[in-house]
Design a protein around this ligand. Sequence first.
Ligand SMILES: [Zn+2]
Length: 99
Amino acid sequence: MPSCQNCGYKWTWRETFIKMFTFRNKLKCPSCREHQYISKQARNKLSVFTMIPFLIWIPLVSFSMPFPYVLTVELLSFIAVLICMPFFYKLSNEEEPLW
Ligand SMILES: [Zn+2]
């Protein structure tokens, strides 16, 4: 779970999860109200991680699995990714350029 680089407050899974859906790079710390940014390393990890449901899709379709089965697997992997995502968050005091 991420911890604030300003006050050291450890964000809970729930707080991180909610902030994930703002889709912003700038996140406000629930404890000190300072802005925190998702670190470059965490962003790279997250972008790879969100690819997993798409990567699962390819072998399922190429082995001509029945569509309801593919859909169920996709849905479950997507939910699993969402649940695990807060664990990959790392915060930084400054905005780091992506490249
Ligand atoms: Zn803080």
